[in-house]
Design a protein around this ligand. Structure first.
Ligand code: ZN
Length: 230
């Protein structure tokens, strides 16, 4: 049976990085809706053209279009051993649709929610600095705020990133909870659902993610081993 993982988590939690790493270590395709929407637009397919039209109008791509595109992606041969989904499902109708697609011998859906308190995410963003000279991003978390910090690479002065406005982050978090809370409720009663503490150091999050997937997979009779899957 295939190893199918859905990652849920707020923006800024490091979910994309963890999903990417897990997918690489387990030899699975990482499927992010952002990537496949861009890919669909470039491919020039009928669906891609429809997506481009919606995006050109500045509108959000609706459930019908998204599910069409995800279905096309999940039916490709590289998904046979399973997948890591990042950024989908975002709504309950999308989640319900995915359940219907997962029928047959596709194997169970393992859902892992990376939980990080909103205030921790805001603190992380406030600590972000960018080098004025070379553009390197660093975290000033835990450093003396009265000191001028210098870039380790080039010695340039580090400044607060202009796009890291706390209000923007809070707005993104509001949208996340509004949209994702119902999706979490949709999955949380299942035996294949796990929550992990995303505020730990990345290496500990990675370990906790692997442990959670291994545990659920073992209970469901799915073989989950690192390395390429046939
Ligand atoms: Zn620099």
């Amino acid at each position: 049976m295939a190893l199918n993982l859905i990652m849920l988590g707020p923006p800024g939690a490091g979910k994309g990085t963890q999903a990417e790493r897990f997918a690489r270590e387990y030899g699975l395709p990482k499927i992010s809706t952002g990537d496949i929407l861009r890919e669909a637009v470039h491919s020039g397919s009928e669906l891609g053209a429809a997506v481009k039209e919606v995006m050109d109008r500045g509108e959000l791509v609706n459930d019908g279009l998204i599910t069409g595109i995800v279905e096309e992606r999940l039916n490709r041969s590289d998904v046979k051993p399973g997948f890591v989904l990042d950024g989908f499902p975002r709504t309950v109708p999308q989640a319900a649709w995915l359940d219907t697609l997962m029928g047959g011998d596709r194997g169970p859906l393992i859902v892992v929610e990376m939980r990080v308190p909103d205030e921790e995410l805001v603190r992380r963003v406030q600590a972000r600095r960018v080098c004025r000279v070379c553009g390197t991003n660093v975290s000033a978390f835990g450093t003396d705020p009265t000191r001028v910090l210098r870039c380790q690479k080039c010695g340039g002065e580090l400044m607060v990133r202009s796009d890291d406005n706390v209000e923007i982050v809070r707005g993104r978090l509001r949208v996340y909870w509004r949209d994702t809370r119902p999706v979490i409720d949709f999955y949380s009663g299942r035996p294949t659902y796990r929550v992990l503490d995303g505020s730990q150091p990345p290496e500990d999050v990675r370990r906790a993610l692997i442990d959670a997937v291994q545990e659920v997979a073992a209970a469901a009779g799915v073989v989950a081993q690192p390395g390429a899957r046939a």
